[in-house]
Design a protein around this ligand. Sequence first.
Ligand code: PMP
Length: 447
Amino acid sequence: RVSTNNLDSFWMPFTANRQFKQDPRMLVSAKGMYYKNAEGRQILDGTAGLWCVNAGHARPKIVEAIATQAGELDYAPAFQMGHPKAFELASRLTAMLPSPMDHVFFTNSGSESVETALKIALAYHRAKGNGSKFRLLGRERGYHGVNFGGISVGGIVSNRKMFGTLLTGVDHIRHTHDLERNAFTRGVPEHGEEFADDLEQVITLHDPSTIAALIVEPVAGSTGVLIPPKGYLEKLRAICDKHDILLIFDEVITGFGRLGTPFAVDYFGVMPDLITTAKGITSGTVPMGAVFLQKKIYDAFMNGPEHVIEFFHGYTYSGHPLACAAALATLDTYAEEGLLTKGAMDADEPGDGKGLGTYWQTALHSLRGMPHVIDIRNIGLVGAIELESIPGAPTKRAFNAFLKAYEKGVMIRTTGDIIALSPPLIVEDHHIDEIVATLAMVLKDLE
Ligand code: PMP
């Protein structure tokens, strides 16, 4: 039996103590909305693991699909070979998005999806004979995983400062350091027009004729649930169209129902050229990611004058049979239980089976006015509670909240002094009540 007390006999995996240099809290099993820890305590999952377990834990249909697949076809080479479930999954996924988002490239994680999308974008312009488009644009406070491309286009300096020059030719949209005038900021800004004007100027400063692609999270997740103002993503689309820049939406978090719509593109009504996904695609079971790409991009590779696919890319585990089986069962579960719209804001009353977005919003905002709370944000089934920082200790207050909430049996996540919440989409109103009541107790006693 694993317990936190006899860990001395094991090597700790490096990632387990990332950030906090503390003994990790050991989780030994999970079912539905709950983890069980090494002490046998039930922990309500307020974060869907790491924003990924959208269908809830250990769902029988998904478990069975993985087990059956392992016995039937455990592996098939990713190149020149195929297997039926990869084809079925590609068809099911692309059917979830309107044409011309017609093609899909399988990866094994969000970071790999980002690298794949960036490479596709660069190669697309080459395939079209446009050699001058070699630069990539990201956004301040954007998070795009941990691989070299992702940290280069990511807008978090601390994540890349130890790794030298990284990708060259990368710039970041930085509207202004004035939070009140930053497009992704506290609250949910109503009017995007003024930011959009700034944006045009900023992009023009970077010489758009050299820019291959712009990557943005439609809602910034890991940097604290920052929601763009109305009109902002539309404006990005228009600027990209004008300058022949490919627009990439990083939907690793927002994909698969997190916003109360299947994808953020459905929520915002803006269609990029490429979409990166992972996490919810298999509901956190078998590692998988997928990049969606528009037909024009696929065609540029396939119908080039030489009839040679020069785009060299792909992973040993691209479209792994276990991942495909898990994803298909996950999509079935989402469809059968209406989970991809569970976070919509259309419920008339709790428990009526419709979207829980309104209930979630009301519950979270009941924490307004609690000690240290300076902002509360929500969209779909995502929430953020921003705390005032202790001077000189910018992450301490939220981390203490995390420790206290865990002690009381609720798992939350923190980024800086922001508490981030994203429960599995099977969440019910009584779970929301439990999360919020626990947070109320935690905030009341927080130093
Ligand atoms: N992009 C976004 C928007 C993410 O939130 C994440 C992970 N939180 C990633 C990429 C990287 O995904 P992974 O950890 O699966 O590599």
